[in-house]
Structures are given as structure tokens and as C-alpha cells.
Design a protein around this ligand. Sequence first.
Ligand code: GLY
Length: 401
Amino acid sequence: MKTALTTLGVSILLFASCAGQKQQPESNFIQDNIDNAVAQHTLQTDIIEKSGKILNPRTVNKDGSIHYIPIDDWCSGFFPGSMWLTYELTGDQKWEKLAEKYTEDLDSVKHLKWHHDVGFMIGCSYLNGYRLAGKTAYKDVIVEAARSLSTRFRPGAGVIQSWDADRGWQAERGWKCPVIIDNMMNLELLFEATRLSGDSTFYDIAVKHADTTLANHFRADNSCYHVVDYDPETGEVRSKQTAQGYADESSWARGQAWALYGYTTCYRYTHDKKYLDHAEKVYNFIFNNKNLPADLVPYWDYDAPNIPNEPRDVSSAACTASALYEMSTYLPGKNYKETADKIMESLASPAYRAEVGTNGNFILMHSVGSIPHGAEIDVPLNYADYYFLEALMRKRDLEEK
Ligand code: GLY
């Protein structure tokens, strides 16, 4: 779809050869990664299409088989989202058709009210269809999903409640109104719903949630807690803990990535500088951390006890890279794009990018779902692939300018 980066590629080639460097020319980097994604997605979607069903791959099981998920799983939007991104990156209508089919399978998610992740689910699927392929008919689903998410807003505390306190494993924690940093990723849906509907209620909820989270989720060093539990009536903070990190006082890698991305997104819609300033503070925490490896792919928790013998979390790195490309557009004089480029070089290297036909046909290896739950340790995850492709699209767009 997009024009070839010939001119840019030639100048980078010249520069690289003059400087005696070995790095891949940028145009080749983008095209090589598009080709790789297309190859993996072709294998993945061939399996799905041959099944005669609509299957939604999330990761691989311990026996190597592909783990498919139901539509109310928090990860159900990422695979359809990757299809939209692949369509955007290639212009090939094959991907548009598949994206449409897998997205529209999620229609009833717009009514989901029992967890907060409807923002991820409808944002990655329907919102990308609206944005990248002009599917204006998706507007109603987006606004309805925002309405469902808004039912979880607790005005007394000024937050959207992430999880139900009496459901599943959460019921054992004694929480009343748990809010996880991940929730920052759901705000984009609310901002977009206001833009599409003209109803400012969604925007106001998003801003209130972002502000309350800014006040309560962060430590003096700008790292964040995973879970803050509130009294939903008074807003009193009951506890600050973790669910997926190493310890309550540790810094879970994906949580830091969600925070960086979430506050960058808040700046996009509000132009309130405090959000961008905060994203920079989170950046400084991550990139000055003594436990961040040289290849910029973090361990699953910055305070994991056995570093360097701990699993990496590629999903955090991919989400961070995507956020940094956006940050670089607001703060062009800083080195955010260069940092994102370094992350992308790492992710696209054989250390993290799978050979075609391996890794359950996912693009990236070595992510972590939840070590405390013994789930998805050192596996591919559909959201690592999603944010990698989003970062690739943002990188391409920046370099085409
Ligand atoms: N939102 C759940 C996770 O990041 O694992």
C-alpha cells in the first residue's frame, strides 16, 4: 500500500557503508519484517480458514499446539488487530477480508461489562478497522463498547474498576475495587467514543481515571504498582499490590510499558502536558534501570530475584517501542525514535523473531503472561506480535515523512 522507501533506503545504504556499519538499511528492515509477518500470518490463517471456524490464536500450549481463545478473553482483539495492521502494511485486500471476518466475530463484546479489557478488545479490532480501513459502520460498536466500559466507572473513587472483586482468583485477594495499571490501555476507546459520538461523558471518565491513577499508582522513582485497590465509595486507597509481578514493591515490566503507552495516548487526545511529562518520567525509569539488558528487552520484572537468569518479556519491549514512536512525534528533539529503533532491531533479530513455520506461527518468541500464576512463561503472545506490528507501522510512517 505504501510507497517503497527507495530514496531513504539508498541514502541509508550510503551512510551505512561510509560509516562502515553493518546495520540493515531501514527500508529493508521494514520490508523484511512485513514479509516475515505475512509468511507467519499466511500459515496461521490457512489453519484457521481450513478449520471452517473462526479461531482466535493467543499463544502456544505446553505441547506446542496453538491456544485458541473465546471472544470474552481479554486478548481476543489482538489477532484481528494484527490482521488490520498487516492490511495497512501491505495493502493486500486478502488481509482486509480476514480482518473484517475476525473482527466482526467480536460484535457481542460491545456488551461485555464483567471486566475492563473491552478497550483492548474493541480498540485493536473495530477501532483499527475504522481507522485503517475506513469502516465507518464500526462506529456504533465502538461507542456501545465504551458505554459498557463506562459502567465500571466508580465516581466515588474516580476510577474504572478493572476486575470484579468477587470473581475468579481475584476473589481470594479481599479487594473491593481493584484497578490495574493495564487499565490505562482501555482509555483510548473512551477518547475515541467521545470523538465519534460527541458525548463528552467518555472523555471525562478517561481523564478522571488517568488523573486518579497518576496520583496513586506511581512511586517516587516513577515506577508503578500493578494493582491499587480503592474503596469505591470514598476513594480511599486500601492497598497497593501486585498480581502478575514478582512482589508488591517490585516493578512488573509490562506494567511499566502499559503506563508509558497509556499516558502517551492520553496526551494525544487531551494535549495536557502533564501526561506527556509523566510518560517521560516512566521512560526514564525504564531506560535508566540497572536491570534493563543492553538489547532493551526487559526481564519480566525489573526486580525479579534471579536476574540475569530470568525470562525476558518481549511483549513489554514491543509495547514500549510502539509508544516511543508516538512520543517521538511530540518530542522530536529527544532520542525516543532512536531508542524505539534499537528495540525493534533486537526484536527482529534471531534472538526474538521466530523462523517462519515455527513458534505456532506467531512472529515473536519469549514473552511472559503471568509467572505468579504459572501461566504463559517464555512463550509467544498475540499482543507481543500486535504491538510489534503497530510499532513497525509507526516506524514506517515516520521514516516516510
Ligand atoms: N492485561 C493483562 C496483562 O498485561 O497480562
